[in-house]
Design a protein around this ligand. Sequence first.
Ligand code: MG
Length: 173
Amino acid sequence: MGLFDPDRYFSRVTRISPEADLVACGFENMLLDMDNTILSRATHDIPRDVRAWLADVREAGVNICLLSNNWHKTPFEWAAELDLPVVAKALKPLPHGYLAARAKLGARSANTVVVGDQLSTDVVGAHLLGMQAYLVCPLVEQDLKHTLLLRNFERALLGARTPEGAQACEGRE
Ligand SMILES: [Mg+2]
């Protein structure tokens, strides 16, 4: 497993089946990125289908901790609204945020999956700690400048790899 090599790659976070891709794979815990994974950078909202997916994941018995590099108060507001634990200012891919999030859930590497839209933060950080990582296409193309720069590099690394659940990263808002 390469540092930059996601274990699975999905066209949208909602394509991750709570039963087939989480529970059946032994994942009882999820460290979940926010920006452009569940929270649109365009609308600054969580799309309705993503909210439904979050409910389905929890219904399946998978514990979620939000793990965000965001420095603003947004992660805390969303965490309160969604009633989920959160680690913000995580400085992904550095390990301490992952460790804090994992500790909040009482989780181990083996039963935890990291889900996010960036190779160089979400995926690399997961792999540094021996956790599996599911990469998802960003909800929208719009993003912070430095993130967009990183995405060019990440696209090159992904090459022709096609996400599960779509022909390509299409159908985004
Ligand atoms: Mg993100």
